[in-house]
Write a protein that binds this ligand. Structure first.
Ligand SMILES: [Zn+2]
Length: 182
């Protein structure tokens, strides 16, 4: 048994369950494996994820990747929050492989997070990797800690945004982005 699966066994026992009953025998190992997958972002770095996929380009028009689904865990309750990320940047000489934007989103999602910080981390990463004139990131998510417990609101969603450079300073750029992700 790994450390994490021992801890899951204790946790299950602590709620009064019988760890030896048929359905639960392998649960600690399965749960530990799932938890390790859901937090694998800690084992990844921006450099590894990007892996050289930054290319010279004369394109200076806005690049938008929208509706990137993500699954994260809130750092306050370790319950899921799930939603979509919309990411845009204005290149100046360099573009990033499109799938990398989704991978960067996943790397930050698969850590213990709050949505506000995750939004900023994605924006800062895109900025650092591309040297873009501006970056815009909008995240919309539903938080299970609000749905299953606490205020028990099933239909509210939380929207966070981070605008850097031109997206912060130029309202037309920002509007174009917000229009494109509607
Ligand atoms: Zn929470």
């Amino acid at each position: 048994m790994t450390d994490a699966s021992k801890l899951y066994a204790e946790l299950i026992t602590s709620i009064g369950e019988d760890i030896n009953r048929d359905g639960l025998q392998k649960t600690p190992e399965r749960a530990a494996k799932a938890f390790s997958f859901l937090t694998q972002g800690y084992q990844q770095s921006l450099e590894d994820i990007v892996n050289g996929a930054v290319f010279d380009s004369s394109n200076d028009e806005m690049v938008v990747v929208k509706d990137i689904e993500f699954y994260s865990l809130c750092e306050h309750h370790m319950l899921p929050f799930v939603g979509k990320a919309h990411v845009a940047y204005l290149p100046q000489g360099k573009v990033l492989g499109l799938s990398k934007i989704a991978r960067i989103t996943d790397m930050y999602a698969r850590r213990l997070q709050i949505q506000e910080n995750m939004t900023k981390q994605i924006a800062d990463a895109i900025q650092a990797v591309t040297g873009a004139v501006g970056v815009g990131v909008v995240l919309e998510a539903q938080h299970f800690c609000m749905m299953m417990r606490g205020v028990q609101k099933q239909h509210s969603s939380t929207v966070t945004s981070m605008m850097l450079g031109e997206f912060r300073e130029n309202s037309r750029t920002r509007q174009e982005f917000l229009q494109l992700i509607k």
